[in-house]
Design a protein around this ligand. Structure first.
Ligand code: FE
Length: 298
């Protein structure tokens, strides 16, 4: 017979395998980015391909930078803004404004051309930008699916709070504190934004087969049964188990991301992520031939 201790949630806690500091770089024309991965130390977190923390940066009037028209194929880009204003347009005719706590979940699938630019007001007047971009890989069977666009305003992102108020979570994908996300994902993804106050302790259930990591972007928190500490700018990679344990002494803001590994070949070429070199060559050709469309004015 197992002892009560052996069947407690503690025994299922995922251990911390590694704590990795994000690299800092300038993306595109000079947008400051903190990049948890891919890095030399952490090339892939299957099914996640990339996580960028955009800013925080405060632009002077006329200086705000963005990413003008460019294509994507084979994966999904998720933009989650914390501060500022961005404008999105794509070749499928979608237009969207992203403001604090809005989420844009774009499934590039077979291919889109899109632009991700600062809002007109931000460009004119200057101001802060802070947010995240996550790239979620698509299974081989879904890489050529028709593009899909989900634009979810902050008011529709489900939120939950613990009874004592020390744990607040925005449920962007998946489930937390008995609240279910609204966004429909191709593969089951967990994407949670936790705001944790002094003395907070949270156990987040995550399906056993998923890869899981946390990215701390403000304050600090301790993870797992051994309470290993990670500070802002660090990612925590978890091993096998069921629950992720988070303890906070002062305060912390973090993202918790989880998903099932695809275990398929990953061939990256800039904005295209496919399963083979041949498919990359095809993607480059299809983009050149205009098969991913163009952004129409008006
Ligand atoms: Fe893009």
């Amino acid at each position: 017979m197992p002892t009560p201790e052996a069947t407690s949630s503690q025994s299922q806690a995922r251990p911390v395998l590694n704590i990795i500091t994000a690299t800092q770089l300038k993306e595109g024309a000079g947008f400051p980015v903190r990049r948890p991965f891919p890095t030399a130390e952490l090339p892939l977190l299957d099914p996640f391909l990339l996580l960028d923390e955009m800013g925080p940066v405060t632009w002077a009037p006329g200086e705000a930078l963005g990413a003008p028209d460019h294509p994507h194929r084979g994966f999904e880009t998720v933009t989650y803004l914390l501060e500022g204003h961005m404008q999105h347009r794509d070749s499928a005719g979608h237009r969207g404004d992203l403001r604090p706590a809005d989420v844009q979940w774009m499934t590039a699938g077979a291919g889109v051309v899109h632009s991700e630019m600062p809002g007109d007001d931000l460009l004119r007047d200057g101001g802060p930008i802070h947010g995240f971009q996550l790239w979620v890989n698509l299974p081989a069977a879904n890489k050529m699916m028709p593009p899909r666009y989900q634009d979810i305003p902050a008011s529709r992102i489900p939120q939950a709070q613990s009874d004592d108020g020390s744990v607040s979570v925005r449920v962007i994908a998946g489930q937390a504190l008995a609240v279910q996300a609204l966004i429909d994902t191709v593969i089951p993804i967990t994407f949670l934004h936790f705001s944790l106050q002094a003395g907070a302790r949270h156990e987040q259930a995550v399906p056993a087969g998923y890869n899981v990591f946390a990215y701390v972007f403000a304050g600090k928190a301790r993870f797992g049964e051994k309470a290993r500490q990670a500070v802002a700018g660090q990612s925590v990679i978890f091993g096998k188990g069921e629950n992720v344990i988070i303890d906070v002494d002062e305060s912390a803001e973090l993202l918790l991301l989880a998903g099932p590994p695809l275990n398929e070949p990953v061939v990256r070429h800039g904005p295209f992520v496919m399963n083979s070199e041949t498919e990359i060559v095809q993607a480059i050709q299809d983009h050149r031939d205009g098969k991913m469309g163009e952004i129409r004015e008006g």
